[in-house]
Design a protein around this ligand. Sequence first.
Ligand SMILES: *[C@@H]1O[C@H](CO)[C@@H](O)[C@H](O)[C@H]1NC(C)=O
Length: 217
Amino acid sequence: MGAMAERIVLAFLLAAASVLSASAVDTKLTLHNLCPFPVYPLVTPNRGLPAISDNTHSLDANGRGLVSITFPPTTWSGRVVARTGCTSPADCDTGLAAPETVVQLVVHSTDAGPGQDLATYSVSLAEGFNIGVVVSPQSIGGGQCPALGCPVNLNDDCPADQRVVGKDGGVVACKGDQGYFKQRCPLTRVNGTDHEPVPQNCLAPGELKVVFCQTAM
Ligand SMILES: *[C@@H]1O[C@H](CO)[C@@H](O)[C@H](O)[C@H]1NC(C)=O
């Protein structure tokens, strides 16, 4: 083989190795509960993708409950909601239907280009609000990975006609409205076309941290 051919082969091997290493970064989903009550996280894959949690466990209150799950190595997307006021995983005041705060996640996507291990994430209030949630990527491989979400309990000032009351008589969720949500929590999406006013292009994060009832960004 001539020197030129060797250089071409080497360049090809290096390019192939960089594609493999980009998608070989493990990404974890960490769920941490800072709420003053227990939360049952519900992690639901998008259609056709594998479940990554059996969704039967509660996270203890006040920061004691923390769980970490490794995402599959290939493209995965899905959502995380928090069930609250539960007497069992299937009997809860919130988190089994709207109104609920919805975290949307995509990991190991190639939408940013071949060899780019892209993660996208957002907190949606389009289906209403039950508890504040903040997503913050950790151990970032590159790009722009802003913390996003809602560090406020929107139930407190929820318009009277939008309130959902739980078993114990407290306000446990808020149906709307979009203007109130967006004003108090600008780093969320309040409808299908809304976006956060910050750039996001998050490459190869080692961890997506989802914190329930985080009170600062
Ligand atoms: C979606 O929300 C944004 C931000 O509040 C607002 O500007 C926009 O008009 C809303 N769009 C629809 C279709 O409701």
